[in-house]
Design a protein around this ligand. Structure first.
Ligand SMILES: NC(=O)c1ccc[n+]([C@@H]2O[C@H](COP(=O)([O-])OP(=O)(O)OC[C@H]3O[C@@H](n4cnc5c(N)ncnc54)[C@H](O)[C@@H]3O)[C@@H](O)[C@H]2O)c1
Length: 435
């Protein structure tokens, strides 16, 4: 029972990714391997999750594709931009996330993905020094070049639709500035005036994508689309925007574990999270200005789950700290530790320790796939602006703070929002039951 209001996924979908590093090359390799039947898309909700529709004797559990028309993996075409002129095959080999045996069978497909020149400004990521960049362009000229890149890619590859996703390095923190980011006209004026301080390169990509009728996803913690100017552009172009920061390892655990403490009405006096990470992402985040962007994103998770105002006895003044340490020997195999200081009956203290030995890009690839396909679905369903139903996949979910909205960080509330949006787009009734 597919809702007729959602356009079917006819033709090819171009997924254009900003940044062809560890996450992107792992994602692309996986999609190609799955297409050849040589790997399984583990971790993708679209490929594995089932949603109940109907109730009582009417109930049935259907996959996302049985409920709504989602683009098939065979219909995806990839493109990318990067600061380094390295194709997707060499990028996957360099990243050392996947074994050679899992890359070689799709070497030709990967080698054909050569990154276009990046809209880049070294002041936003000092540790990077690649030369595959647009030279001497103003911010507005970057936008124009990117728009041209998108149009050319779409035409050359015969794509019916495009999605643009940022999986590039974390930029330095760009705080909200009302006079530049508060409205679309102000943003455009600042781009035309080449305001290099307040206009991050990532904003040029987002602006170009939305203007070309492509949904935009922010996978890093950059504040790029977290500003009213971009919301206005998304409304104007009727395109979905989603962000920010893929929820993959430590924050996934946090947003799933904090509800245990909250539901059981235990107190929290502190939560200390630290990580060691040795890939290029870790190198960029070793720069304090870039880490600041990640820190703001990672810190935002707890406050809306364990809310001091609602439970002053349990959650007032807890100490929440997040650290990331660049440690090359571990490369992409990040290790995260969480020390949680809780208290129970009569205030007696207890501790919980969580040690997650994860693989960063292995965790990030399926959310990137799902976010691209679900953003494309949302556009075909006529949904535009901030896509709160995708909060499930994000560390610091977008919300309209100018209207007093708060983000939803609680993993299981996010899951209900995700399922209900799919149900509604499929013409079924939304409901609140967790099953
Ligand atoms: N892996 C995870 O679990 C995870 C979770 C959340 C967020 N992220 C974010 O995803 C992003 C990608 O992570 P990664 O491990 O693939 O990093 P990476 O360093 O391997 O790849 C990022 C690539 O982006 C390129 N780049 C930087 N600025 C660019 C620009 N302006 N235009 C085009 N390309 C640009 C870099 O040259 C690099 O090749 C990072 O911002 C990271 O913080 C990752």
């Amino acid at each position: 029972m597919t809702n007729q209001r959602v356009k079917i996924a006819d033709g090819k979908l171009g997924i254009m990714v900003v940044g062809l590093g560890a996450v992107t090359s792992t994602f692309m390799t996986g999609v190609f391997m799955v297409r050849k039947g040589l790997a399984k898309p583990i971790g993708s909700m679209i490929e594995y999750d089932k949603i109940r529709v109907g109730k009582g004797s009417e109930k049935q559990y259907l996959s996302y594709r049985e409920i709504v028309p989602i683009t098939e993996l065979k219909d995806i075409v990839f493109g990318a931009w990067d600061v380094y002129p390295v194709d997707a095959y060499r990028s996957a080999m360099y990243a050392e996330v996947l074994k050679e045996k899992d890359i070689e069978p799709v070497k030709d497909e990967l080698a054909a993905i050569v990154p276009m020149k990046a809209a880049f400004d070294k002041n936003f990521a000092k540790r990077l020094d690649g030369d595959n960049v647009m030279e001497g362009k103003t911010r507005w000229e970057m936008v124009e070049q990117l728009r041209d890149d998108i149009r050319t890619f779409k035409q050359k590859n015969g794509c019916a639709r495009i999605v643009v996703a940022w999986a590039a390095s974390t930029e330095i923190y760009v705080p909200y500035n009302e006079s530049v980011h508060g409205s679309l006209s102000a943003l455009e004026s600042a781009m035309k005036a080449d305001d290099k301080e307040h206009i991050a390169p990532s904003m040029c990509y987002a602006y170009a994508a939305l203007s070309e009728g492509a949904p935009f996803i922010m996978g890093a913690p950059n504040t790029t689309v977290d500003i009213p100017a971009m919301w206005e552009l998304a409304e104007k172009t009727k395109m979905p925007i989603t962000g920010k920061d893929f929820k993959t390892g430590q924050t996934l655990v946090k947003s799933g574990f904090a509800p245990i403490i909250g539901t059981r009405c235990l107190g929290l006096s502190g939560w200390f999270s630290t990580n060691i990470l040795g890939n290029r992402d870790g190198l960029v985040l070793d720069e304090p200005d870039n880490f600041r962007t990640k820190e703001v994103s990672k810190l935002s998770t707890l406050e809306s789950i364990l809310v001091p105002k609602q439970q002053p006895d349990l959650y007032t003044d807890y100490c929440h700290k997040v650290r990331i340490n660049y440690y090359p020997p571990r490369n992409d195999n990040k290790e995260g530790w969480d020390n949680i200081d809780i208290f129970g009956w009569m205030g007696y203290p207890m501790q919980i320790k969580i040690n997650f030995l994860c693989r960063d890009s292995i965790l990030a690839a399926p959310p990137l796939l799902d976010l691209c396909l679900l953003s494309d679905l949302a556009a075909r369903a006529g949904r535009y602006g901030i896509q709160r139903f995708l909060s499930f996949y994000l560390k610091s979910p977008m919300h309209d703070y100018t209207k007093g909205e708060v983000p939803v960080n609680h993993l299981f509330q996010q899951y209900v929002m995700l399922k209900n949006a799919i149900r509604e787009m499929g013409g079924y009734e939304a409901d609140e039951e967790i099953d």
